[in-house]
Design a binder for this molecule. Structure first.
Ligand SMILES: Cc1ncc(COP(=O)(O)O)c(C=O)c1O
Length: 312
């Protein structure tokens, strides 16, 4: 997919990426006053179908993010699903795709605020190019020296453009120090999440993940993986605050995220997790999730929107 000729949805209609311009002084660019989603579409050549994953959950979260930022999306969840399907069709997408819907404050004046500023909404699809490279060997992770943004400062449950400075600082610190990823602690020193993924740990057969009050983004993949763990594998799941040293003591650790999928952690702060390979639970969850998002798990088809079925 060549970006410049990709069809996007912007300014209320479909147009070429090149034709959709944003001014240099736009608030969303200058002040980070926007919010967005990241959605995956999995192309399955045998079905000649593009499976769009958890569209309803992503667009519901976008509505919540927008509300927190005093913005109003111009479309309902159902309309957003229709627009996304139409966008995929117009681009005749036949490959894995990452779809980026976003809404931002569009005034081009000076003066930071949320009120009395018009919003603009757009959706841009790009070819999905992988996230952590070959993650099959697992990720070497460090605890970031940056703390996760706190809800009292800017709400992490809202996927706010400007908040990604927090993720970018943590990710680059980790990579420039030779790690693959970072885990951020919250202000009070408890485990929050990865730079763009939620985190889970298994200890003595129980699966733990930070609860929604731990300054996490309430991930769509997090919820989906919890459903698989509970329904398919009968695993007990506990959502609570997690200490840093519980990571060092864990039998398994893995991340979940739209872009990353389900990916296991090989080490945390140089301490190898288990034997360094994907643990049995992480491996089963990752395999089940991969099948579900490709339309191969009949009980999970409601997670998927088929872009091409029934259309000419
Ligand atoms: C900060 C952060 N946490 C968690 C996630 C995982 O959320 P999801 O599973 O909805 O992609 C993401 C990815 O969007 C993220 O950016």
């Amino acid at each position: 997919m060549d970006l410049s000729s990709t069809i996007v949805y912007a300014q209320g209609g479909f147009r070429r990426y090149d034709e959709a311009k944003v001014g240099l002084m736009t608030h969303g660019l200058q002040y980070g006053t926007g919010c967005f989603e990241g959605i995956r579409g999995y192309w399955v050549p045998e079905d000649r179908e593009l499976y769009l994953v958890l569209l309803r959950e992503h667009f519901a979260r976008l509505h919540t993010s927008a509300k927190i930022l005093l913005m109003k999306l111009p479309h309902s969840v159902d309309e957003l699903i229709e627009l996304t399907v139409e966008l995929c069709r117009r681009n005749a997408i036949a490959g894995d795709v990452y779809i980026r819907p976003f809404i931002y404050k569009a005034a081009e004046d000076v003066g930071v605020r949320l009120h009395n500023v018009p919003d603009e909404f757009a959706i841009v699809p790009v070819a999905y190019a992988g996230y952590h490279g070959d993650a099959s060997r697992g990720l070497n992770v460090c605890l970031s020296s940056w703390r996760r943004a706190d809800d009292s400062m800017a709400p992490p449950r809202s996927k706010i453009t400007g908040l990604y400075v927090n993720s970018a600082l943590a990710k680059s610190e980790a990579v420039l120090n030779g790690y693959d990823e970072a885990i951020l602690l919250s202000q009070d020193g408890h485990v929050a999440e990865g730079s763009a993924m939620n985190v889970f740990l298994l200890r003595r057969g129980v699966l733990y993940t930070p609860d929604a009050s731990q300054n996490i983004l309430e991930g769509c993949t997090r919820r989906a993986v919890m459903e698989i763990a509970k329904r398919e594998l009968g695993v007990e799941i506990v959502e609570r605050s997690i200490d840093r040293s519980e990571l060092y003591a864990a039998d398994e650790i893995f991340f979940t995220g739209t872009a990353a999928g389900v990916v296991h952690v090989r080490s945390v702060d140089q301490r190898i997790v288990g034997n360094g390979e994907a643990g049995p639970l992480a491996a089963r969850l990752a395999a089940f999730y991969e099948r579900a998002v490709r339309g191969q798990e009949p009980n999970y088809l409601e997670w998927l929107t088929r872009a091409y079925v029934g259309r000419d």
